[in-house]
Design a protein around this ligand. Sequence first.
Ligand code: IPM
Ligand code: MN
Length: 370
Amino acid sequence: MASNKTLLMLPGDGIGPEVCNQVRRVVDWMAKRRAVNFDIKDGLVGGACYDVHKQAVTDETMQDAMDADAVLFGAVGGPQYDNVERHARPEAGLLRLRKEMDLFANLRPAVTFDALLDASTLKPEVIQGLDIMIVRELTAGVYFGEPRGMQVYEGVERCVDTQAYTKAEVERVAEVAFDLARKRNSKVHSVEKANVMETGVFWRKTVTALHESGGYSDIELQHMYADNCAMQLVRNPKQFDVIVTDNLFGDLLSDAAAMCTGSLGMLPSASLGAVDEFGRRKALYEPVHGSAPDIAGQDLANPSAMMLSFAMTLRYSFDLQEDADLIENAVQMAMKSGKRTGDIMADGCEQVGTTGFGDAIIRALDEQAA
Ligand code: IPM
Ligand code: MN
């Protein structure tokens, strides 16, 4: 008998635990109604781990993450950790997971939900039908480049961060972007600052060479400066299909793209490693919204992004496309039923809490399976 699929659940801080709890309900539903079984192991990360172990993630949890088929990550951070040393801060746990699991490709879809058209600050016609995939490089660039920190240079104290990319690091993330584009609308925008940065010139050259010699002539490739991309995202976001960019630009542009949709509480993400000889890849799935400490523990958080992150888990780690569809549809159906959490509340809808929206999702799953 095939062994169960293993998930490591790292709820973390703020609203992380409560949105993860709604996913647990769906995991139970899948076991009962779809005969898809997961073994869930739990771990501490971020401030929750710091409170107990004075570090943001332990070696044991790192090992569990390496061994799991997929990691489901809630959120980390909170104001009570603002003065903790950098290496032990909540964010350090997430950065260590990304780096040591070598999760170099961060997929951040920005999709507009019809039911939420009015939630965006952009005009409905600008964002209706929007479906962008941002592929952010996640394990290199200025987030990890050396040297970093304080130095004394020619007698003057200064501080440096280093932006560095190897050819292989650019190629592997560009490949992910091209492969994804092929399953979508076959268009990739590669984004950097080649007008100013040496790494930008190198990025552009490397992506161009891969496009020409890597068998990607069916994909339309365009290069764009990062500042222009930021502008184009709010001017006419529908011109984009797949955007591939470095770690820091990806951090900024994915927040901008997310806000085009008007609903941060709806957006999932996947961070993927390389495919190994057995076809398996390390993976971590997390909502884009973060820990939202101001509303934590009050049954106010929207569990949709976490739910959709679980749908991405089914898609990318387990190739369970039908089951992923069920969950994505259930989130849509829950919204159409008129139930809304506070962040996406609209006239004529009924405001519900995290659990209430979870109830609506489970009901929608039942309806589909009936
Ligand atoms: C993100 C976050 C992280 C990042 C922080 C929490 C370290 O902003 O996932 O986008 O900067 O990558
Ligand atoms: Mn960010």
